[in-house]
Design a protein around this ligand. Structure first.
Ligand code: TRP
Length: 439
């Protein structure tokens, strides 16, 4: 079965609200459980720095968003769930893409153009108050996507242009340096709810009309009761069309419940009663999640550990790809012969396996990188042949699934252990170098 890679980022500059839940979190968690899908969800904290210079807010938002996704059922063992700033390969790739990205294309990015238009309106210099970060936003986003060879990127309509830019930068790079990147498609969920906010406009932080996803019960009730309604009295029939209250209800109800609620509107339900019904419906779905959220928020150490483990898993992909890309553009070991000559190529730069016998008579091997740093140390084996066979197998490369904690498994048994301070990604990259050499 071919696997579809789905990837999306969440900017860590705010507190998740009901609109984020219905529009992004709930459908994404459901999608991550489907077979044949590999899901990559990450906290776009480098992007947050473009929007805010408030460090406490970035940190708080990162914690809240991570806790929200986990509380809503995202399983970090089944998906890639990580923090952008834990992946140093992302800013590195951003630079490589910056060097192929057309400046004219970036000039046409909606967010940048909107800032310029606003400046023109008030007679300011075009770029007044515009940071290079805002201008480069689409390149960083392209690096997020291209790094993991995502096929499909679920985003809101406002982000479609960014996905098109990622395709553009990716295909320019492929054209110049060979086929390294998959060109992504935007996935716009047509039947996912866009929720209205308290004032009836789209629920959005910029309108200050949101209902925080995990507002405590009392606050949730207060907010629901503050939803804007018309002045029709109890007993008067009410329109569901254009009613924020009704749309919110519908996003959380079964079709049967929604039909019943519509009938109650026609029959003249009072606004107070309708609001109480919405509050109860929301609280029934959210209360168990809120409990998990609160427990998670009380354990930032746990969330930090989950994100770090996620970063390690993501880097097992990013590190070898970045190595490949660096070579592709000419950022190479100088000991390699320029222009090919396969035999001489990179020999000196390769890691090496050292085989030896310990006092106990058993045969061991170590993987040592080009700088003499130990990466892997094996178990002891009864014969040199056994050890040799494992070395040969390892030179074919291993995936991240071969690692169980620090232990490297092969053919169902632990055969070696990562050296102190070495991540699976380092060993995977070193072994990939052998595979490439042999190819
Ligand atoms: N720009 C996206 C937004 O504001 C967030 C984001 C950053 C993202 N990197 C991404 C989304 C990569 C999808 C893929 O919503």
């Amino acid at each position: 079965m071919s696997v579809t890679r789905v990837l999306t980022g969440i900017t860590t500059s705010g507190t998740p609200h009901l609109g984020n839940y219905a529009g992004a979190i709930r459908p994404a968690v459901a999608a991550s459980r489907r077979p044949g899908v590999e899901s990559f969800y990450f906290l776009a904290d480098y992007h947050a720095l473009i929007k805010t210079a408030d460090p406490a807010r970035v940190q708080r938002s990162t914690l809240e968003i991570a806790a929200s996704w986990l509380a809503c059922g995202l399983d970090p063992d089944k998906v890639w769930f990580y923090r952008q700033s834990d992946i140093p390969e992302i800013p590195e790739l951003t630079w490589l893409l910056t060097c192929v990205a057309g400046k004219g294309i970036l000039n046409r990015a909606h967010a940048y153009k909107a800032a310029v238009d606003k400046n023109r309106e008030v007679g300011e210099d075009d770029d007044a108050g515009v940071t290079a970060g805002l201008f480069m936003y689409p390149v960083l986003m392209a690096a997020d996507i291209l790094m993991f060879k995502a096929h499909s990127v679920p985003v809101g309509r406002d982000q479609i242009q960014h996905i098109e830019m990622a395709r553009d930068f990716g295909s320019r790079f492929n054209h110049l340096y060979g086929e390294h990147f998959v060109l992504p498609e935007a996935a716009i969920e047509e039947n996912v709810a866009t929720l209205p906010g308290l004032d009836g406009r789209k629920m959005s932080k910029s309108y200050d009309n949101t209902i925080p996803l995990f507002a405590p019960r009392d606050e949730l009730r207060k907010l629901v009761f503050s939803i804007l309604t018309d002045s029709r009295a109890p007993g008067e029939p009410k329109a569901t069309e254009g009613s924020a209250l009704f749309q919110l209800y519908q996003a959380f109800a079964t079709p049967a419940q929604a039909a019943e609620f519509a009938a109650a509107f026609a029959a003249g339900i009072g606004w107070g009663e309708a609001k109480q019904a919405l509050f109860e419906l929301l609280d029934a779905e959210l209360a168990p999640l809120r409990e998990k959220y609160e427990a998670l928020m009380a354990r930032p150490d746990h969330i930090e550990a989950v994100l770090r483990a996620g970063a390690e898993k993501a880097r097992a992909i990013a590190t070898p790809l970045m190595l490949e890309l660096r070579r592709a553009v000419g950022l190479r070991d100088l000991r390699e012969q320029a222009g090919g000559k396969k035999a001489a190529k990179a020999k000196a730069a390769l890691p090496v396996f050292k085989q030896y016998r310990e006092k106990d008579g058993r045969f061991h091997f170590k993987l040592v990188d080009a700088f003499g740093r130990e990466l892997l140390v094996s178990e002891g084996f009864a014969s040199p042949r056994e050890a040799g066979e494992l070395v040969a197998a390892l030179k074919g490369g291993v995936g991240e699934d071969a690692f169980h904690g620090q232990a490297l498994h092969l053919r169902g048994a632990a055969v070696a252990t990562l050296a102190e301070g070495i991540a699976p990604a380092d060993a995977i990259a070193a072994l990939a170098a052998f595979a490439e050499e042999g190819a």
